[in-house]
Design a protein around this ligand. Structure first.
Ligand SMILES: Cc1cc2nc3c(=O)[nH]c(=O)nc-3n(C[C@H](O)[C@H](O)[C@H](O)COP(=O)(O)OP(=O)(O)OC[C@H]3O[C@@H](n4cnc5c(N)ncnc54)[C@H](O)[C@@H]3O)c2cc1C
Length: 384
């Protein structure tokens, strides 16, 4: 392996692999990654089936500067992503809520990248440390020596899932070149509980459909009671918009209160799994009686299940989070080329930036779209 390249890409994840695949001239490109295999996160994504993108991708599905997100997504949108993979024999299918998954497994996506990147050099199991620039040349120091390049792409992701390579090195590199960062936090992750909600723990393993509302956004979907707290798609999405403070859970979304009459018992009428209904009745200190025997104050108490407010203690953290919210400030990045506005020939793509998507394929879409913008620059399509 030679040591001086035109382009070095730090990170063999979704964004780095897509960028290298889109390059018209792949010679003289090196991808460095600390993992043994490329695309480690792709391999485990979407329950092993990789949720590649979504039927509906809008800037409003992301936390980030809307104009910046919109500009990047519009250049290589979900249809373009599907077409690109389709031309390479991968035809993802919608499985639920507009989410496109691989037909059999994430290997379908990884095989495409393996085929596309035969001409690219890889330095796998190589950990990047310090990056400097001397006389217009980037020096990338790793635990396996130093590599040089004329242009450097930081595609090293965020802080989530350290067990498959996440290191935060991209943030450190950005700061060393004078970039600002927005506050980072684990996102698309479960919530831990305060002692008042410890009664949830007895429900571990049970799930139900809820609506969760944060200060910014509301999500309807499944909530899973977990050993450590609450999880499931609605919770994960809510975590993206939660900073601190209260959330509100509607445990009975759309319930018709007119049904609460007659001789049937509450636990039979309430549209909740029996175990959950009983736990909530216990919590409200209501007996599981015939609906017709409910007093008005008791009905009012039951209705609080539609407005259950509490402040999570925190989240399950980066070891469980699917993504990192926040990162390198996009206001210091050119959205057409993804080049740093502070340092010529330094680029940032993917999750390392302060753009984070909701569940459903939005984060891979972001990784691919931002990679595309950068590739257009390298392919000489952009006149910057
Ligand atoms: C369990 C899980 C499931 C997910 N499922 C989905 C899904 O189905 N759909 C979706 O859209 N999103 C999903 N995501 C989110 C998605 O995987 C990421 O947003 C996306 O991979 C980000 O791409 P990236 O290229 O920016 O970073 P990454 O894919 O994280 O790639 C960054 C690479 O940089 C390497 N690296 C980091 N630091 C160093 C260093 N110091 N030296 C060398 N190499 C380094 C890492 O090893 C890694 O391979 C999931 C995430 C997780 C954790």
């Amino acid at each position: 392996m030679k040591r001086a390249y035109t382009t070095i890409i730090i990170g063999a994840g979704a964004s780095g692999l897509m960028l290298a695949s889109l390059l018209e001239d792949k010679h003289d490109t090196l991808i460095i990654d600390s993992n043994i295999k490329i695309g480690a996160k792709i391999a485990i994504s979407g329950g092993g089936k990789c949720n590649l993108t979504n039927e509906s991708v809008e800037a409003s599905n992301y936390v980030g500067e809307a104009w910046f997100v919109e500009s990047v997504l519009s250049r290589f949108d979900q249809e373009a992503v599907l077409a690109w993979f389709g031309q390479r024999g991968v035809t993802p299918q919608i499985r639920k809520d507009g989410q496109y998954f691989c037909q059999k497994s994430a290997d379908e996506v990884l095989s495409v990248f393996h085929r596309e990147l035969r001409e690219v050099d890889f330095a796998m199991q190589t950990v990047v440390g310090v990056v400097k620039k001397v006389d217009k040349v980037f020096t990338v120091e790793t635990d396996r020596g130093t590599f040089l390049s004329e242009q450097l792409v930081v595609a090293s992701g965020g802080l989530s899932f350290p067990r498959i390579g996440a290191s935060g090195v991209g943030h450190v590199i950005a700061e060393s070149f004078g970039h600002g960062m927005t506050t980072t936090a684990p996102a698309l992750v479960g919530f831990t509980l305060q002692p008042e909600q410890f009664f949830f723990k007895a429900l571990s393993g049970a799930s139900l459909e809820v609506r969760i509302t944060t200060e910014e956004k509301s999500f309807r979907g499944d909530l899973l009671f977990a050993h450590k707290g609450i999880s499931g798609p609605a919770v994960l999405n809510a975590s993206l918009y939660w900073e601190k403070g209260q959330i509100e859970i509607d445990f009975l979304p759309g319930f018709d209160w007119g049904l609460l009459q007659g001789k049937k018992q509450l636990s039979t009428i309430l549209p909740l799994p029996k175990k959950i209904a009983k736990a909530f009745l216990d919590y409200l200190k209501l007996s599981d009686k015939a609906a017709e025997k409910l007093t008005d104050p008791e009905k009012a108490q039951l209705k609080t299940l539609q407005h259950y407010r509490f402040a999570p203690a925190g989240t399950f953290g980066y070891t469980k989070a699917e993504v990192t919210r926040g990162g390198v400030k996009s206001s210091e990045i050119d959205p057409y080329s993804m080049m740093s506005l502070r340092e010529p020939n330094l680029y940032f793509i993917g999750e390392v930036l302060d753009v984070t998507g909701e569940l459903g394929g939005h984060n891979f879409q972001w990784a691919f779209s931002s990679a595309y913008c950068c590739a257009e620059m390298f392919n000489g399509v952009l006149d910057v």
